[in-house]
Design a protein around this ligand. Sequence first.
Ligand code: XMP
Length: 325
Amino acid sequence: TWTTDAFVEEAIREVKARVGDKRVLLALSGGVDSSTLAFLLHKAIGDRLTCMFIDQGFMRKGEPERLVKLFQEQFHISVVHVQARERFLAQLDGVMDPEVKRKRIGHEFIQVFEEESRRLGPFDYLAQGTLYPDVIESADTNVDPATGERVAVKIKSHHNVGGLPKDLRFKLVEPLRKLFKDEVRKVGRSLGLPEEIVNRHPFPGPGLAIRIIGEVTAERLNILRDADWVVRQEINRSGYYHDFWQAFAVLLPIRSVGVMGDQRTYAHPVVLRFISSEDGMTADWSRAPYELLETISNRIVNEVKGVNRVVYDITSKPPGTIEWE
Ligand code: XMP
């Protein structure tokens, strides 16, 4: 039978045997998979692990700083914080189409990853938080078509974009590849990963950029980050965090009329998307308590400049998707 401790011990032994005294690069996103992987590898090979965190500028308020600080100061895992906000934003200038948006972000990610890994390298291995469902779903994404060898062709969070150049096709270290998500959480917990990461709701690779419908601008990112911050605070405070698979805000590019004091306002609506799900493949909209919705709505219209209306998405998946783009 599967036990967490036995798995961890065996995985550490395997990584040590495989990697030897070579160096490993890991793209850290802050999600439970890459964080658990970082903890596991750090235990196995110490400072021969380098984590690269690429800050695209699409994460939630304060998250990049919090993540890097947590890893470095509390756990002494070395993280290179790549500040790339301007580059990503420039890529999205004038882009309205969701698919183009994703492609541009994915492409820029590979670009930055490539530059930085050349600067920090050389590395022999790339660690990826591939899980069992990823192996099944996209069995071939990391097989070199020329040799049939299992190497890093694509980066996990950006399957859908072009791959790494030939000379950067590191050998892969994928110690989580036999695990399901709930097992990863157990492993993370047993390695001392903080609960805030173990229990983190799924967050898409392109982040807030796909929760701003239409063009992404610095101003809109600030508005959505502030609205999202209110949602997160109130959900944590309410004690309902675990009832949701995801709970987040979406910013619409349209504006509607409202009134504030004796002033007419003309500002954006924010959509609240709270859902329950088992695996993200299908989902139901959550029957969130009215009091929670009321508090969030009041706070957003009062505290977030640029928003004068809050609406609730009551669409399940299918036919809706979880994200709006
Ligand atoms: P949809 O919107 O397709 O989302 O119903 C299903 C789940 O996948 C997440 N998601 C992503 N995760 N990169 C990711 O790492 C992405 O590009 C991406 N798009 C959607 C979404 O948050 C939900 O949990």
